[in-house]
Design a protein. Structure first.
Ligand code: SAM
Length: 300
């Protein structure tokens, strides 16, 4: 029997795509330009040591291994032992283990990583789970050598958060808004608005945090998009997915929150919208890069 995996592993390798292997491949494909942008901004040199914090299944870290020269190294860091094990197996299979290290540590305390020992720190969609973001930036600064760089990509959920009771997961839910409110209340109990680390910061906070941690040459690009459609998706997959690793799959929450009659009415209304993509999509994404001053006082 396979061991149950932790919530981070379960989400990245199953619930993000509702257990649908084809959709998993699509999600991964869609993330490749994001990975490339994070690595472009990191301005890698062939012999750099890159630390990818919250590495997950290694999206950024494996991309870095491909770009660095034979003398370049990648440290995979995460709070999930299961994901680190997954990455170690993938690095072994790719014959790259000798260029990799695996560190079980949170962004707030990168225990086991020496002061001034890395050239680049990357994160993608990690600070949104970190309560003490100032501590994380201080740790990034601590482990970087003079002239070292950070390159981060984070969703700024607070900017595009939908506070409209008539919209549920991007779908116009008017006639069944009463049931949607019950479901939303369950999600809000797990991730309280205002205090959850996913929604307690914006793009300007990221800039301030980098500045206060002692970074220089800080650049941030914010990309906001709104579309009046969503990709159509099978209802079962929608129910088996969860929007982020902290919350259970939607199907479980619906079962737990609604009576059978409410669930039937809710499903009858929402299912056709999901299956035909009649929803909207709103998001804001920030890319931040910065440098530590070199010993001579110059950035970079
Ligand atoms: C959405 S996934 C992103 C994974 C990967 N960076 C990527 O681009 O695909 C978030 C990752 O952050 C990790 N994580 C969550 N809280 C963390 C923390 N406090 N410190 C470091 N990693 C954390 C999770 O284990 C998970 O691997």
């Amino acid at each position: 029997m396979t061991q149950p995996r932790d919530q981070w592993h379960r989400w990245l390798l199953e619930l993000r795509h509702g257990g649908d292997a084809d959709h998993a491949a699509e999600v991964r494909q869609a993330l490749l330009p994001v990975r490339d942008e994070v690595l472009d901004r990191a301005a890698l040199r062939p012999d750099d040591t890159l630390l990818d914090v919250g590495t997950g299944d290694g999206l950024i870290a494996f991309g870095a291994l491909d770009r660095l020269g034979p003398g370049g190294r990648v440290i995979f860091a995460d709070i999930s032992a299961d994901l680190l094990e997954h990455c170690r197996a993938a690095a072994t299979a790719a014959g790259q283990l000798d260029r990799c290290a695996f560190v079980l540590a949170g962004a707030e305390r990168l225990a086991g990583i020496e002061d001034g020992s890395v050239d680049v720190v990357t994160t993608r969609s990690v600070l949104i789970y970190v309560a003490d973001k100032a501590a994380a930036f201080a740790e990034f600064r601590r482990v970087l050598r003079p002239g070292g760089r950070i390159s981060l990509h984070e969703p700024i959920n607070v900017l595009m958060r939908e506070c409209d009771a008539a919209v549920f997961f991007g779908y116009p839910i008017g006639p069944v808004a009463e049931f949607a409110a019950k479901v939303e209340a369950r999600f809000a109990a797990i991730q309280p608005a205002g205090t959850d680390p996913m929604v307690d910061f914006d793009d300007r906070d990221l800039v301030r945090l980098a500045e206060r941690a002692g970074f220089d040459d800080i650049r941030l690009d914010l990309r906001v998009s709104v579309t009046s459609w969503r990709a159509p998706q099978p209802w079962d997959r929608f129910l088996r997915s969860s929007p982020n690793p902290k919350v259970p799959p939607l199907g479980e929450v619906l079962e737990e929150t609604l009576s059978p009659a409410e669930l039937a009415a809710f499903t009858a209304y929402l299912r056709p919208l999901v299956e035909t993509g009649r929803g909207e999509h709103r998001r804001a994404l920030a890319d931040l890069s910065a440098r530590v001053r070199s010993a001579a006082g110059e950035a970079g």
